[in-house]
Design a protein around this ligand. Structure first.
Ligand code: ATP
Length: 245
């Protein structure tokens, strides 16, 4: 489904150029829930944003369904981007619009062939009774449910989750993880989860990539807890949490 080959992203920092992502190659299967984990600045969000072309790699290729994302015409790139849903750490809701207006927004911006209805997705995320509220009247967990409903309404084939629970407390995190797992089961899309929260990866993902300073240091099969390469301190911590999952 998603293949990255020798992908590098170079930025010019104050102390010269540095690689935020350094020669990363990854394959993510159709319908998989895949985690990208690492400490702040490891390059997780940058990698996630290659997939919907919000970031362009300096080197390397990113293929989705066998097509190089960065060789698409403008029209086909728009179609590609329309097939991807995204949810964000800070929810990115419009505060002057109601819950149902926020959820409907993608359908206002583009035409979709077979979208879900606002009522269906709100029921799905457990917000059936709150469609006329404004974001300011919702808890953090409810705001993220709106974000998930907004992503699901277009029936995306890929769902990108950028720190989906990092602004939430522990019990709300568990609820949101359950909503995301149910969405994956029900709609059968490929899900990528960027997070630094190991418990989230442990309860959601089948496999995860471990990133350090832009480098891919390991891919862990969470079900079997296999380790494939040697590791250092952060990586050690990751293995301690995940290997007995
Ligand atoms: N537009 C940019 N210009 C310069 N440097 C950038 C830019 N975007 C990201 N970076 C740097 O690239 C590195 C990787 O950033 P990225 O956001 O991918 O990391 P991350 O693992 O998602 O971290 P976090 O969890 O803090 O978001 C960081 O050092 C960041 O400061």
């Amino acid at each position: 489904m998603i293949t990255m080959t020798n992908v590098t992203k170079t930025y010019k920092g104050q102390e010269g150029a540095f690689n935020a992502v350094d020669d990363v190659s990854l394959e993510i299967g159709e319908n998989e829930i895949f985690g990208l984990i690492g400490e702040s600045g490891a390059g997780k969000s940058t990698i996630l944003r290659f997939i919907n072309a919000l970031e362009t790699p300096t080197e390397g290729t990113v293929e989705v369904d066998g097509t190089d994302v960065f060789s698409l015409s403008k029209k086909r790139l728009r179609q590609h981007q329309k097939s991807i849903g995204m949810i964000f750490q800070q929810f990115n809701l419009l505060n002057n619009k109601t819950v149902s207006e926020n959820v409907r927004l993608p359908l206002e911006l583009h035409k979709y062939e077979d979208p879900l209805s606002v009522g269906e997705v709100l029921d799905f995320v457990g917000l059936g009774g709150k469609s006329d509220r404004y974001p300011g009247q919702l808890s953090g967990g409810e705001k993220q449910r709106v974000g998930i409903a907004r992503a699901l309404i277009t029936r995306p084939k890929i769902l990108l989750c950028d720190e989906p629970t990092s602004a939430l407390d522990e019990s709300t995190t568990e609820e949101i993880v359950e909503v995301l797992k149910k969405a994956h089961e029900t709609f059968g899309m490929t899900v990528l989860v960027v997070t630094h929260e190991l418990d989230v990866v442990k309860s959601m993902c089948e496999r995860c990539a471990v990133l350090e300073n832009g480098h891919l240091v390991d891919i862990i099969d969470i079900v079997r807890g296999e380790e494939k390469r040697s590791y250092d301190s952060y990586h050690q911590r990751v293995l301690e949490v995940l290997k007995d999952a």
